[in-house]
Design a protein around this ligand. Structure first.
Ligand SMILES: *Cc1c(COP(=O)(O)O)cnc(C)c1O
Length: 414
């Protein structure tokens, strides 16, 4: 009786596969798995449980995943040059929850990036931080809106005595002032946490900042944004075992029980791809972001932060108010097979959240499909044709995108 519904779901999934392989995806929080990684998605591990740590499980039947989990954990430590790593959290948000539940006590003052300043919802009242305290203070922004005013932040901190500072953003163009805050935090017993969800792949490739080396005590984040693995999270630190134990208990059983073993095997492939190709990949991602920023700026788009070279990450931000707003622009782009998201820009009121002036663009996925400077120029031109010239070019975009189907920076056969 319900098989028709199943058929419909199968058809929609197939349609998604075909459609999205013919769109230019510029969502800054997404990426693609290599074929080798993707092939492991449907394994028997999808059915299994393995709570606890390898060798100390609460179930039998975990011999294979024990070996995989140990391998992935050791590879993550090597990649991020750190003493401790927990690869069990099943999303970036749950890494935040594990970390915040460890370090934030009721009533503590916590400093975070504001939403218009690029901060993630999990850092705010409605998100994870808000579950542990309501004393949430935003870092002050510098006049350009894309950097922190560090002197003022330290001034605020001296007056408000925060217990925790959370760095890291979702609209994330430039490195955070980790070095500038680390000494002050250490002196003042403030736990300095770096939520690297967006930039984890750039950090892994050694092309962004190295938060743990610069003085953050925790680095956590998602494994599927610039880090091109399955949708999961990871927490890292240089803590000694005694301090790490608290974080360990917060990830399991605090923030998850079973940890989705099939996607852990998939993540393992991505971690080794990062070790082998991460540097080359991250360099190209950042070069492409800067290049797309320049090419769009040259065509008259209001690309943000031109005085700083637009970006040092995988993202650029563009003010779309000349075309209505960010939401209208994003819709017109989608109608032409270019997928982006609308985004608040710095200093914009929160009430603009469903029709903000900006869009956020990330080039990491198209980079993984092998695109470089010439292709960034083509994409900038597509933006011009769609938004400035009012043309309908869905078929042109599709024909262009169809030429880029192999996932680079992977062990997939050439
Ligand atoms: C995306 C994001 C998260 C949440 O990660 P998920 O993997 O989507 O749960 C947390 N923090 C920041 C800064 C992010 O951008």
């Amino acid at each position: 009786m319900y098989e028709q519904n199943v058929i419909k779901i199968e058809e929609l999934t197939q349609k998604q596969n075909v459609w999205r392989s013919s769109t230019i995806n510029l969502i800054a929080s997404e990426n693609v798995l290599s074929q080798r990684a993707r092939n492991l998605m449907a394994s028997d591990f999808a059915h299994r449980y393995a709570e606890g740590h390898p060798g100390e499980r609460y179930y039998q039947g975990t011999a294979m995943i024990d070996q995989i989990e140990t391998s992935v954990t050791e590879a993550v430590k090597k990649l991020f040059h750190c003493r401790q790593a927990d690869v069990r959290p099943i999303s970036g948000n749950l890494t935040n929850d594990a970390v915040f539940s460890t370090f934030i006590k009721p009533g503590d003052v916590v400093m975070v990036n504001s939403t218009p300043g690029g901060g993630h919802i999990s850092h705010h009242r409605a998100g994870s931080v808000g579950k542990y305290t309501s004393n949430i203070v935003n870092f002050p922004l510098a006049a350009d809106g894309y950097h922190m005013d560090v002197d003022k932040a330290i001034e605020y901190a001296k007056a408000l005595k925060p217990k925790v500072m959370v760095l890291g953003k979702s609209l994330f163009l430039f490195p955070e002032p980790v070095k500038e805050l680390a000494e002050f935090c250490q002196k003042s017993k403030i736990t300095l946490i770096y939520d690297g969800a967006h930039v984890l792949g750039l950090i892994a490739g050694g092309q962004f900042q190295d938060p743990l080396a610069e003085g953050a005590v925790i680095l956590n984040g998602s494994t599927h944004k610039t880090f091109f693995g399955s949708q999961r999270g990871v927490v890292m630190s240089n803590f000694e075992d005694a301090d790490w134990k608290k974080v360990d208990r917060a990830t399991f059983p605090g923030a998850s029980s079973n940890h989705h073993l099939h996607t852990l095997a998939v993540l393992g492939v991505a971690v080794y791809e990062m070790l082998e190709f991460g540097q080359e990949y991250a360099k190209q991602v950042i070069a492409n972001a800067k290049c797309l920023g320049q090419k769009m700026y040259d065509r008259g788009f209001k690309v943000q932060a031109p005085e700083f070279g637009f970006t040092q990450s995988h993202q650029i931000a563009v003010d779309m108010s000349p075309f209505g707003n960010g939401a209208e622009a994003a819709k017109r782009l989608e109608d032409n097979n270019i997928i982006t998201n609308f985004n608040l820009l710095p200093f914009e009121p929160l009430s603009n959240v469903t029709k903000p002036s900006g869009i956020r663009i990330g080039v990491q996925e198209m980079t993984r499909f092998g695109m470089k400077a010439a292709e960034m120029d083509t994409i900038a031109d597509f933006f011009k044709q769609i938004l400035m010239d009012g043309k309908s070019i869905a078929a042109d975009v599709e024909a262009f995108r169809k030429q880029y189907q192999r996932v680079h920076y992977s062990f997939d056969s050439k």
